[in-house]
Design a protein around this ligand. Structure first.
Ligand SMILES: NC(=O)C1=CN([C@@H]2O[C@H](COP(=O)(O)OP(=O)(O)OC[C@H]3O[C@@H](n4cnc5c(N)ncnc54)[C@H](OP(=O)(O)O)[C@@H]3O)[C@@H](O)[C@H]2O)[C@@H](O)CC1
Ligand SMILES: Nc1ncnc2c1ncn2[C@@H]1O[C@H](COP(=O)(O)OP(=O)(O)O)[C@@H](O)[C@H]1O
Ligand SMILES: [K+]
Length: 505
């Protein structure tokens, strides 16, 4: 699914109207019906619904929604906020269509807004994608009042005041919605952690925008969805054997963190790798052999740390390095040797990222290699320097991938996969149960397994983060967010792969 800018969304609206020969009022009606459909599933008829409409088409949506919810027996009160003498045509059409029983309140000062019952619903239809400056003055005061009202706010298309695809100015007021119902496609703003207080839980509802326009319009931003991953996953062939599915090497674990190697190894095996060798410091040998009998185990000459590469490096198809390895000088030297010799893809996580980030020499060895980095936001800042906000972080993500020709999996709630071509794929699975130690090690194991099976690096990144999040979503059903551990995510990997390869009817 592509992510469009606000300007592209307006073009998509206009294109659809032209190509389908419908009026913009018809498209607004579709949008209002789609919103109402979602609303009816969420809130019972009879509920008190206060709808705040601005002067543009977002306000027009609000008026159409007011009419539809009134027909469905909600207790609706529309509000017209500010100067509506220059309101859009479709706003005026829908104002005229309001049934007589719905008498709108004109809000010329914020004191015109009454106190709401504690179970009241507010629908925010002040501004949508036509927002063109920070919201201040009366509109700002209205937003602040609604935010502090205690009512449950549902935003139409986007929380008013929030810029859809660039940094919202600090001085602008922004609606804090519990739910945001967006038309046809999500907006970039929804995927960025800094907007969590505003966007709440978001959903996309289709309104029949031209699929041809969406397919042809240029955008480097995408959301990876289940259908995408199902199309990418390859079935195992009847006459295949373990050699068909790659031989992965994991260089993970250190004294006190052998568990990281165990987690990565188990996840790798549950993600379809043909053969797996894990090299751990000597202290890890009995642990690995007991905890992961399917993996072949090599030991480092060092008791506690990664200090050497194994013999016969050429037999591996992929390496995963980093979880639990620590930041000893000797480990840094070993990473330098790895970058100098390995010709196959490398998945670089955790302390391997930290060591590379701390050394210009190692950074200089990154060019023209097949590399996937899997940093969390702190590790990413060590690589690229301090970032100013989430948009700046995305910009750095693209620049880093372009400069080094590598892939970066920037982990978070909507993990972002950056590619050397400048594309960014946002993930749509996962939940806060993943916010616990070791789940990143699991991801390293999964990605390593997928690269080993000859998925392209881009495919491996997209499938890997999706499956990792899906496994956590499936674990959620029986374990919940609070008790979830990294091992639970591994235990749910089989269900996640089954879910994707044999979808339930
Ligand atoms: N196009 C279609 O067919 C469809 C569109 N749809 C819906 O329309 C929405 C987009 O509508 P839109 O383009 O009319 O813009 P919208 O967000 O309502 O705001 C524009 C108005 O706000 C004003 N204004 C802006 N910023 C301001 C500020 N900071 N402070 C104060 N005023 C400010 C601006 O005034 P001006 O800049 O002229 O002073 C103008 O009057 C979209 O999100 C979706 O909900 C759906 O129905 C599907 C079909
Ligand atoms: N709130 C959240 N929602 C969804 N996924 C999350 C959330 N918090 C963390 N994650 C995921 O959990 C993993 C954590 O990785 P990381 O921070 O490297 O953990 P560790 O180093 O302990 O293994 C990442 O894949 C990240 O995307
Ligand atoms: K809105």
């Amino acid at each position: 699914m592509k992510i469009l800018t606000a300007a592209q969304t307006r073009e998509a609206d206009a294109y659809t109207i032209r190509e389908e020969g419908i009026s913009s009022t018809d498209l607004m009606e579709r949008a209002a019906k789609a919103f109402t459909g979602w609303f009816e599933n969420k809130f019972q008829p009879g509920a008190e619904v206060h709808i705040f409409c601005g002067p543009g088409n977002n306000g027009g949506d609000g008026l159409a929604v007011a009419r539809l919810l009134h027909e469905r027996k909600y207790k609706v009160q529309p509000y017209l906020v500010g100067d509506i003498s220059k309101a859009s045509d479709d706003f005026n059409v829908n104002l005229k269509r309001l049934p007589q029983a719905l008498s709108p309140i004109h809000v010329e000062q914020e004191s015109a807004i009454p106190e709401f019952n504690s179970d009241a619903c507010v629908i925010d239809a002040l501004f949508g994608t036509g927002l063109n400056r920070a919201v201040t003055g009366l509109y700002g005061q209205v937003i602040e009042k609604l935010n502090s009202s205690g009512a449950t706010i549902t935003a139409i298309d986007i929380p008013s005041g929030l810029y859809a695809d660039s940094q919202t100015p600090d001085e602008g007021a922004v609606i804090r919605a519990s739910y945001t119902i967006s038309f046809e496609l999500p907006k970039l703003a929804f995927l960025l952690p800094q907007h969590e207080p505003y966007v709440g839980e978001w959903h996309v509802v289709p309104i029949g925008l031209s699929q041809q326009f969406i397919a042809e319009v240029k955008s480097d931003l995408y959301c990876t969805q289940q259908e995408d991953v199902q199309q990418l996953l390859k079935p195992r062939r009847k006459f295949s054997h373990k050699g068909t599915y790659g031989h992965a090497l994991l260089l993970c674990g250190g004294y006190g963190k052998i568990g990281a190697a165990v987690l990565a190894a188990r996840a790798c095996l549950r993600s379809g790798i043909g053969l797996l060798t894990v090299q751990v410091p000597q202290a890890g040998y009995p642990i690995l052999q007991t905890a992961v009998p399917e993996a072949m185990t090599l030991t480092d000459k060092n008791r506690k740390h990664l200090s050497e590469l194994p013999q016969e490096m050429e037999k591996y198809s992929v390496i995963g390095i980093g979880p639990g390895i620590g930041t000893e000088r000797v480990t840094k030297t070993t990473i330098g040797q790895l970058l100098a010799t390995a010709s196959f893809p490398i998945v670089i996580d955790a302390d391997a990222i930290n060591l590379i980030a701390s050394s210009e020499k190692l950074k200089g060895q990154l060019y023209k290699r097949k590399l996937i980095f899997t940093p969390h936001p702190k590790e990413f800042e060590r690589l690229v320097g301090k970032v100013k906000n989430d948009y700046d972080r995305l910009q750095h993500l693209r620049e880093f991938c372009l400069e080094y020709g590598c892939y970066v999996i920037l982990k978070g709630s909507h993990t972002a996969v950056g590619t050397p071509e400048g594309k960014v794929y946002f993930n749509t699975t996962g939940n806060p149960g993943l916010a616990t130690g070791g789940t990143g090690d699991v991801l390293t194991g999964i990605i390593t397994a997928l690269v080993g099976q000859q998925y392209t690096l881009e495919e491996a990144c997209r499938i890997g983060v999706f499956v990792h999040g899906l496994a956590a979503d499936l674990a959620l059903q029986t374990i919940g967010e609070i008790s979830m551990t990294a091992s639970d995510v591994i235990d749910s990997l089989p269900s996640a792969f089954l879910h994707l390869t044999q979808p339930l009817p």
